[in-house]
Design a protein around this ligand. Sequence first.
Ligand SMILES: [Zn+2]
Length: 391
Amino acid sequence: MPLTFNILAETESGGRRAQLHLPHRTVQTPVFMPVGTAGTVKAVPQDTLETLGAEIILGNTYHLYLRPGHEPIRRMGGLHKFIGWPRALLTDSGGFQVFSLSQLRKVTDEGVRFRSHLDGSSHFFTPEHSMDVQIALGADICMAFDECTEYPADRTRAEESLRLTMAWARRSLNHFRAHQHEVPWQNELWVPPVPRTWGPGSDVANHEQRLGTQSLFGIVQGGMYRDLRRESAERLIEMDFDGYAIGGLSVGEPRDLTLEMISEVLPLLPKDKPRYVMGVGYPDEIEQYARMGVDMMDCVLPTRAARHGLLFTSEGRLNIKGKRYAEDQGPPDPACDCMVCRRYSRAYLRHLMQAGEALSGTLNSIHNLAYYLGIMERVRKSLHPQGSSAL
Ligand SMILES: [Zn+2]
């Protein structure tokens, strides 16, 4: 059985509080998903992610396919077991990275030939191959293979790109349905060898893990053209995916255009299935979209910005490299009770950054993730009629 999605509360503006039941975890939505590019949310250990309350993280198919390869991961029992992450996982289709990272791409109706950004080796990705790789990785949620339309794209280009994405969506779905039983955890879900039985992040209360199947989401594309977005959504809904994503946003367009596309598509998507906006965004954006009825979001921003010394705080953005923090003994964010803000000062975080210490990226990332996850927790509480009891 693929995912089940139970809506607990809805608001007039469309926001909803729900539970997303996946094989490895029941995820409280709306949810922010940290991005674990190559099997790691950069600089942050898995047990720390658990303590922070992350219930689902992403893996990038393109990166994992190139290194260490999906076959070794399949032989070792799948991505959950390989990276030591018992909670839910989502893999993207590989499409976005093929188009943004690789060299010498050649796109045909059949698929994409590209060269690895690592060693220049040649690879051919088709919708079927993307499904095979994602089934081998074994994430709870897989994504249809799509072409992320660049911005700006003229009408002809956006139409052609959409035609390709819709054909690939159908082929992804057919292949996925025929092979989804081949997931490496088909008979047994992995649990950590020493289950945590105490303290924050303990998984004891969430041990209703159940066998199930992977789910597949379709991706709405169509560039910045409202009618193409509508057409894309309608055709995907006819195909009947387990959930729906809106892709091709946050690719350089102005923010009001992002909002316009989300507003156009959201009301068209089935109410009883999860809706995922890919690759957004800044803290105020994720809150806004969650209140509009977006259930899932992911973004590299909190961790990438952290490694560059940019902290998101209740007082706005804070560039920890600033000289004025050299002797500032206050916490990074006075309103944050994350493990970093409770223990360390701005002066220390600045020093770590200045000295190029590895801990710098770790501590900055932990705070930024805590901030993002905290936003979603607040939104969920405000959407839930009984307050926080269910959290
Ligand atoms: Zn903090």
